[in-house]
Ligand binder design. Structure first.
Ligand code: DP6
Length: 326
């Protein structure tokens, strides 16, 4: 009735931006990401508690945050097909919530894996990915390690919308992602609201969907060949296109700030001088740099020279795992 799981966050190289079903969290297009180690979230789920309790990073969760956790566990109970009683959830990330890199993907992936185990359900990446997706879309890509592809699926019930692992963490040990925290503040418009607004008001949205879907196959080829330059170019282009689509919303949505643009400018200059470094950018001002092991220290220095208050150097992460209960 009790289980603990650890999961890593992921960074999308081909982004997810927009839902075709808000309730089930079904995307308009597929996306592809890399799981990031050493960052992680550890979550314990215990059924049969006196009442539902959700503790996230030492605080009692309230409102929609709590509802999302309990809703996912209701789906676990339905899968188990038995009464499991109220749940106690304790979740802790080893990176601060407001560090500029969302921990929700790792959190919901760990919750799905721990929730299934606590309910006595077998470890099954596909089922766990579907559950994680119901908490937060990008979380479905954190159930497994390495490079994962969230296939959009076609079905209205979402049973074919989950992430599959394309390459495991050992496939490309030399690749590095360097998270540059320029701004620790909470983002002004959360991804959930920003993507909804983009779908509803951006005239560029259909082009975004078509383009992102096509880029997946190209990204897979570049990863298969360890072609950092081709993957870097693709990853930057996809980030720009996501932001361009959001900028075209009405009113416009701009997640970049002047520090973001200054870093991007500097990165381009370094690249002209021969440094293999590219960037991607989620719905916030903090870029994540893509490079290789030989240049991760230089990439960190580049980020710090551009005002990064914190930098996290990441390697490909592994699958979400269950931890032994004591
Ligand atoms: C820009 O997965 O956080 O990071 O499904 O509404 O919870 P919800 O959104 P979320 O959005 C992530 C958006 C992104 C791109 C990505 O990770 O693919």
């Amino acid at each position: 009735m009790k289980a603990t799981a650890l999961a890593h966050p992921n960074i999308a190289l081909v982004k997810y931006w927009g839902k075709r079903d808000e309730a089930l969290i079904l995307p308009h297009q597929s996306s592809l990401s890399l799981t990031l180690s050493p960052l992680s979230v550890t979550t314990t789920v215990e059924f049969g508690a006196s009442h539902d309790q959700v503790e996230l990073n030492g605080h009692t969760a309230k409102g929609s945050e709590r509802d999302r956790v309990l809703r996912l566990l209701e789906a676990v109970k339905a899968m188990a097909g038995k009464a499991l009683g109220p749940a106690k959830v304790v979740s802790r990330g080893d990176f601060p919530m407001a560090a500029g890199l969302a921990s929700s993907a790792a959190g919901f992936a760990a919750l799905a894996v721990a929730g299934r185990a606590a309910a006595g359900l077998p470890a099954e990446p596909r089922a766990a990915s579907i559950l994680a997706r119901m908490g937060s879309g990008s979380a479905c890509r954190s159930v497994q390690g390495g490079f994962c592809e969230w296939q959009r699926g076609e079905r209205p019930d979402g049973e074919d919308s989950f992430a599959v692992q394309r390459f495991d963490a050992a496939h490309w040990p030399d690749v590095r992602m360097v998270v540059a925290i320029l701004d620790r503040g909470e983002k002004e418009v959360k991804s959930r609201d920003g993507m909804k607004h983009t779908v509803e008001t951006s005239p560029y949205y259909p082009a975004w969907v078509q383009d992102a879907e096509q880029e997946i196959a190209h990204a897979r080829e570049h990863i298969a060949r360890h072609d950092l330059e081709a993957l870097g170019e693709l990853c930057e282009r996809n980030a720009w296109r996501m932001h361009a689509t959001a900028l075209a919303a009405n009113p416009p949505l701009c997640y970049l700030n002047s520090a973001t643009l200054a870093l991007i400018q500097h990165l381009r200059e370094q690249r002209k001088k021969g440094m293999p470094v590219w960037f991607t950018l989620d719905a916030g001002p903090n870029p994540v740099l893509l490079t290789d092991a030989a240049h991760e220290v230089a990439a960190e220095a580049l980020a710090r020279a551009c005002g990064a208050v914190d930098v996290v150097r990441c390697v490909p992460g592994g699958d979400a795992v269950l931890k032994a209960e004591h």
